[in-house]
Design a protein around this ligand. Structure first.
Ligand SMILES: [Zn+2]
Length: 115
């Protein structure tokens, strides 16, 4: 009775090839990211959240975008603020706006020469 009923469930009508293709499509984000440095993270996201459509899309976008962050693309610019925009606290080293008499991070009074 139950066995004959199972034949009416679409799940059992699909060909094994269909399941292989589905499996490949499900792990497509991890497959695309197989050579990426963050492959493990993408694979984990793919497995844990891939069954949700959104999670799968995020993993796919992540896999496709992760190789665009090349060192060549980022110009080697030291994070120096523009001259006059801010100075660094003499006590804690945090950047403070020009004209501030006291550090916004630690509250230390700033010497007049830096204002
Ligand atoms: Zn400070």
């Amino acid at each position: 009775m139950m066995i004959s009923f199972l034949r009416f469930i679409p799940f059992f009508h699909f060909h094994p090839i269909f399941w292989l293709v589905s499996l490949f499509l499900y792990f497509l984000p991890a497959f695309l990211a197989r050579n990426k440095p963050n492959f493990t993270s993408i694979l984990i996201l793919n497995i844990l959240a891939g069954w949700t459509f959104i999670g799968w899309i995020i993993a796919l976008v992540w896999a496709l975008s992760s190789d665009s962050q090349r060192p060549v693309a980022a110009p080697a610019q030291p994070s120096q603020p523009a001259a006059g925009a801010s100075f660094f606290c003499t006590t804690c080293g945090q950047p403070c706006p020009v004209g501030a008499r006291f550090c916004s991070a630690c509250g230390a009074a700033q010497p007049a020469a830096q204002r």
